[in-house]
Design a protein. Structure first.
Length: 209
């Protein structure tokens, strides 16, 4: 028999885990494409494993703009994978850095701790044999195919106009776009777009094209 206290403890653990890495939220952004999600997680480990320490170094050197840029990039990437806590802390820190508010060192320390927990959760998830197999699967459509070129042109047009339809394309055609652009570029475009930073998303897309 499960006691009420045990049920509460389990619920609290689940809630805490979802704040570290909400897999369902991350999958929802890419229409449930699990192999793609795993590739994005691997890319996150590669690109953002040391970002909070880079932020701390920039802040210590008085480079508020550089620290803010790194935090902004981490915020978008964290939101993309469903890292609720890191996304929230990054968002708050970005605003605090812009205002050069007091208590920045403490906020950066909190972000570092949250990022450590997130990296542990991501590494654990990627470490299972099933997930490793899925992450190794690759799709390679011809990026010069007319249909793909048309899709990219539509995406660029919506981003240029700042239209939310760009997010619909990024979500509905996630697998095709990631395979055509590369996971790294797709993640950069999608993360910026989901933050409604359409200008940065367009720049990332055009650099690849």
């Amino acid at each position: 028999m499960i006691t009420p206290d045990a049920t509460d403890d389990k619920s609290a653990t689940t809630a805490q885990g979802s704040r570290v890495l909400d897999v369902e939220s991350g999958l929802g952004r890419i229409m449930g494409d699990r192999p793609l999600y795993l590739k994005i997680l691997r890319r996150f480990l590669h690109d953002h494993g040391t970002t909070p320490r880079q932020v701390s170094t920039a802040f210590a050197a008085g480079d508020y703009a550089g620290a803010r840029l790194r935090v902004h990039t981490l915020k978008g990437a964290a939101g993309m994978i469903g890292a609720v806590q890191v996304h929230a802390l990054s968002s708050a820190l970005e605003m605090a850095l812009r205002a050069q508010a007091p208590g920045l060192a403490q906020q950066i320390a909190h972000l570092e701790l949250a990022q450590d927990r997130l990296l542990g959760a991501v590494s654990t998830m990627l470490g299972t044999p099933e997930e490793s197999h899925l992450a190794a699967q690759d799709m390679a459509p011809d990026p010069s195919a007319p249909a793909i070129q048309l899709l990219l042109a539509r995406l660029a047009s919506h981003l240029r106009e700042g239209e939310g339809a760009a997010i619909d394309i990024l979500e509905n055609s996630a697998s095709l776009l990631a395979a055509s652009l590369g996971v790294h570029v797709y993640q950069e475009v999608a993360a910026a777009a989901h933050e409604f930073d359409f200008e940065s998303a367009l720049e990332a897309l055009l650099r690849r094209r």
